[in-house]
Write a protein that binds this ligand. Structure first.
Ligand code: ADP
Length: 468
């Protein structure tokens, strides 16, 4: 989102900068990263930290500033490393990022109308603006928007990190940052932000309920109309089978020959039996609980034993899932291809070469792969939750309409039954299956529309700020 939305905002005539950490793995040559500010002073609570700030530009000249502070960001991982889990000083790392972003604005004399914070990591920004920067003319009219990408991650830590962030005792209360004696950064952000949104209307509704609210539903409910859902756009510059440079043949809804060739390449690259008639089901995912893959684990062997189908699986994450899906390939040679790891290139080939795309998520704030799948003529099979429910229209067997197959229950039985339904449609109701493909390829989830909605939210945030 941070890679795409700014480009569209800029196209619509807005001036903006993006601020992110200078992670050690960022390719300085590829992105033409140069030093922009030396020795920036950043106050974080009682401490003053000194960092450099580098600069690069996204495709359409949106300036991207990288906060270069090696003790925090010069590590191999973003949030964690594989062996030791989350970095224990994450709250310090990201409150520092937030403070540095505002110091950078001062340095550049950049007076933003809006600070757009994302997730708990920068959720302290709205409070900084209202508590620490009110007297600063550069920020006196600055409003804030907080976007929640996944409510399960709230940034809950020992209260020490709240004090270290430099905020006052008066805001360490249950309506603001305090949560059973700890600090909860996301909760504080929800309170202080002038507007809050998440990445689909469906997820906005689910998170207002006790079941989907992860303990914060009450605080989201009391935001009222100031908490909304906006679906993420897809970056069709990268994800369009007509122009995708990472797939062996391009294709369009009008001429699908290329997709057949992509399937041949996929089957060969993933050691699947080369059979054009056998449907291939794709899974590309973080291999974690949220994605419903433990449920898939319970039923995938039944699917393979009873149905004519192949699986192309790409992902990395939890050890038990990695081990299971790696071994499955040996158990079902020629019928299961699995690559455990991260590969953008392979993810494009899988999208293009598969017939169906399975996302059995327990919850899904937005989800991107089902949106890419629509464009690639790879019919989504999804659980009806959050963004998946919002973006996929269920197959209507009577009329032969829809864009995919949906199920409601979070059970392995529901996955099994829905996959069987999809495969039956693929084999026995070919004209219907073709219609689903055509309908999906005609959908447009571009950022243009979502960017417009974000501009509207920024305006509302400014109004709220004036009224506060
Ligand atoms: P989440 O952000 O919860 O992981 P999304 O569907 O919103 O889920 O976005 C995940 C993105 O990351 C998708 O574009 C998906 O294709 C990509 N992705 C996930 N795992 C891998 C992987 N192992 N290799 C390549 N791309 C991956």
């Amino acid at each position: 989102m941070t890679g795409s939305l700014p480009r569209y905002l800029k196209k619509a005539g807005n001036e903006l900068i993006v601020v992110i950490p200078m992670y050690s793995f960022i390719d300085v040559c590829k992105f033409n990263v140069t030093v922009a500010v030396e020795n920036l002073r950043v106050q974080l609570g009682k401490r003053i930290l000194i960092c450099n700030v580098n600069r690069s530009a996204l495709n359409d000249n949106v300036p991207v500033y990288f906060i270069d502070y090696k003790p925090y960001f010069g590590r191999p991982g973003i949030y964690n490393d594989k062996e030791f889990g989350d970095y224990s000083d994450n709250p310090e790392r990201f409150t520092f990022l937030s403070a540095a972003a505002l110091s950078l604005c001062r340095e550049l004399n950049f007076s933003p109308d809006i600070v757009h914070a994302n997730d708990w990591h920068t959720a302290v920004l709205p409070a900084y603006l209202k508590r620490l920067y009110t007297g600063d003319p550069l920020f006196s009219n600055t409003a804030s928007l907080l976007t929640i990408h996944n409510l399960a991650y709230q940034g809950r830590y020992n209260r020490y990190y709240y004090e270290a962030a430099g905020l006052g005792e008066e805001d360490f209360t249950p309506e603001k940052f305090e949560c059973f004696g700890d600090v909860n950064f996301l909760k504080g952000g929800i309170h202080f932000a002038d507007m809050v949104n998440t990445v689909s209307k469906g997820y906005a509704a689910e998170t207002r309920t006790e079941h989907g609210g992860y303990g914060l539903d009450h605080y989201l409910r009391i935001k009222g109309d100031d908490y909304v859902g906006i679906i993420n756009g897809a970056d069709y510059q990268e994800w369009d089978p007509a122009t995708d440079r990472l797939i062996p043949e391009n294709y369009t809804a009008g001429d699908m020959t290329g997709k057949t060739l992509c399937k041949v390449r996929l089957q060969s690259d993933m050691n699947l039996v080369n059979s054009g008639n056998t449907p291939v089901i794709a899974v590309i995912s973080r291999l974690v609980f949220q994605k419903g893959l433990y449920l898939l684990m319970e039923c995938i062997e039944g699917i393979l034993n009873n149905m004519e189908v192949q699986f192309a699986i790409l992902g990395s994450g939890d050890d038990p899932l990695e081990i299971y899906f790696r071994n499955l390939q040996e158990q079902y040679p020629g019928r299961v291809g699995s690559f455990i790891g991260y590969s953008n290139e392979l993810s494009h080939l899988i999208e293009a070469g598969s017939d169906l795309f399975l996302m059995p998520s327990l919850y899904e704030p937005c989800g991107l792969n089902q949106i890419y799948s629509l464009k690639y003529g790879t019919v989504p099979v999804v659980r009806a939750t959050g963004g998946l429910d919002d973006t996929i229209e269920n197959y209507d067997q009577n009329r032969g309409e829809g864009t995919g197959f949906k199920f409601v229950e979070a059970t392995s039985k529901a996955i099994y039954g829905t996959v069987a339904w999809a495969l039956e449609t693929y084999t026995l109701r070919k004209p219907h299956f073709k219609k689903l493909i055509k309908n999906g390829m005609g959908k447009n989830f571009s950022w243009d529309r979502s960017a417009e909605e974000y501009v509207h939210l920024y305006e509302r945030a400014l109004e709220n700020r004036k009224g506060s």
